[in-house]
Write a protein that binds this ligand. Structure first.
Ligand code: SAH
Length: 258
């Protein structure tokens, strides 16, 4: 164990989509070993319950770098800190913010902190598994949030990945603060992919209100999508097959016709 005088540890923990069964044993062990847990309230709720002696530090979701700096300061003081993220911490989440804070840090103690990043099941993977295997061939992940990058860049990337015929997993698709952007993204996609392109909506995957919707690009309406949804847009090769119970599987075959 690291004493309070020496540098401590900082573990960035991926919690998976919600269901504790989808969380890795390594993540569980890091949470159990932490003296201090840092995160946004929703993720702390997913990660808990904690023991009485564990200190819980709630922070605002938008303040990623501030949260990372706070975590480093605690760890540099000797604490065993866990920073929690939903899904995978390296997918539109805390791991990059933690490394950004480290790169900018002058304090040598921060660089002595034992840093680890523990992966988790990302929302697109969890939603894909419910639907079948829509990510079975080449795919990409895009965040539609323009908090950290300009909207024009998002549209440019969408157009380019359409050209590459990749399956697209869209994160942060539509928030109350930017209700119209998903409609713009949808219009762009409709101009570049066939109307019957398969779309999978996973909402609250691995959580109490889990909902899976299989639809098409033509039938999709922006109102079906919010910040608790991950949207998977099929490629030209993504297919649906009937299941005996009336539902469907969605998959993207791995082989190309020769
Ligand atoms: N690190 C997370 C993603 C964070 S970005 C991960 O790897 O899953 C936040 C976005 O992820 C949300 O807007 C939503 O698009 C998606 N998301 C996260 N958890 C989800 C869940 N349980 N069900 C559906 N989408 C989810």
């Amino acid at each position: 164990m690291t004493g309070p005088a020496g540098p401590g540890s900082l573990t960035v923990v991926g919690l998976g989509p919600g269901d504790k069964q989808l969380r890795t044993p390594a993540a569980d062990a890091a949470l159990a070993a932490a003296t201090d847990i840092v995160g946004y309230q929703t993720y702390l709720d997913l990660a808990g319950p904690f023991r009485a002696e564990q200190r819980v530090h709630v922070s605002d979701n938008r303040e990623e770098i501030a949260r990372a700096r706070h975590a480093f300061a605690l760890a540099a003081g000797g604490a065993a800190v866990a920073v929690v993220s939903s899904g995978d911490p390296g997918v539109f989440a805390m791991a990059a913010a933690v490394l950004e804070a480290l790169e900018a840090a002058d304090d040598p103690a921060w660089h002595q902190v034992a840093l680890r990043i523990l992966p988790g099941v990302s929302a697109a993977q969890a939603a894909a598994a419910l639907a079948g295997a829509p990510l079975g061939h080449d795919f990409c992940a895009l965040s539609l949030s323009d908090n950290l990058k300009p909207w024009a860049e998002i549209e440019r990337r969408l157009a380019l990945v359409c050209e590459a015929d990749l399956v697209i997993a869209l994160y942060n698709p539509r928030s109350k603060a930017r209700p119209d952007q998903f409609g713009r993204a949808l219009a762009l996609l409709r101009g570049r992919r066939a109307p019957d392109t398969v779309v999978v909506l996973g909402r609250d995957v691995g959580r109490l209100d889990e909902q899976l919707t299989i639809t098409t690009l033509a039938a999709l309406s922006p109102e079906q999508v919010d910040m608790r949804t991950v949207v998977i847009i099929g490629s030209s090769r993504t297919r649906r097959i009937a299941r005996p119970d009336g539902r469907e599987w969605v998959y993207t075959p791995r082989s190309y016709p020769g």
